[in-house]
Design a protein around this ligand. Sequence first.
Ligand SMILES: [Zn+2]
Length: 324
Amino acid sequence: MVIRFFLGLSAFASSLVLFSCGEEEPSSLPAVRATAPIPEQTVGQFSGQRAYDHIVKLTSFGPRPPASEGYAKSLSYLESTLKDLGWATRRSTFQTLTPKGRISFTNLLARHARDGNEPDWDQSPPYLIGGHLDSKFFPDLNFTGVNDSGSSTGVMLELARVLSAHPEAAANLELVFFDGEEAFGEKIIFERGAKEGLYGSINFAQQLRKRQTRPTLGIVLDLVGDPKVPLLVGGDSHPNAVAQARAATKVLGLGGSVSFPDASILDDHIPLQVYANLPVLHLIGDFQEMPYWHTAGDTLDNITPQALENAGKLTLQVLHQMTQ
Ligand SMILES: [Zn+2]
């Protein structure tokens, strides 16, 4: 695989090799298989407009960097929205030393709670869908991170709505809204002995290792709302998942808006691979083509309901195919 470094999110230098030398032994948890298919009809039930409406709401809370008022309001919004849709949520809070001092982070985990039953959080459902909720910390900007990554958050909330109408299918999923994906400094660093950013996914992956089972696949979404740029199936994705994404792209007629680069892009899927040995599918908009990326210009006018819908439908189509 050709590893092409991207500006800003770069610095991922073969972490799988770096980390295989003793710092973290690979996890050998058994993978859980699907118990019920994700019905094909769910694909057509995904509404990009509803996903968009969630993002408008998130934006109204202001910037949401870790441990901020905006982040707290966003968490409450997610919890009440998910609860109304029949999902149980769990806050996973931890503290880590960062360049900004000791910061408290909170990941939000969600499982569909059939008949109101509390899920068994020590077990994993077969599929994990993750994306980061935090917006990058810019002390002097009103940065609300609409595409980065309000977009994935809105898509995940809409996925929760669609699947809540199919409880047996929904039982196959865990949603994780990661905190602290963004670095406080300029860029994310993930090297042995030097890390910045990915705080939430690192902590989650370490928790995942302590469970009795792991998912079959983790799907990580990021920057999925811009119709002007291709949605990339990142080069770290598992070959089987890439094949499924290619087939799904064809079925949905999305060939013109999805690309399959041989590029490793540093994002929340990397800790899942490195610490929990989890096969992943990484879906990310091509941020090299987003002049507004990590600027105050990351606003609602760059995203559309249609682009969000494409990402949501692609996710559901892949899940449908994989659970046949
Ligand atoms: Zn970012």
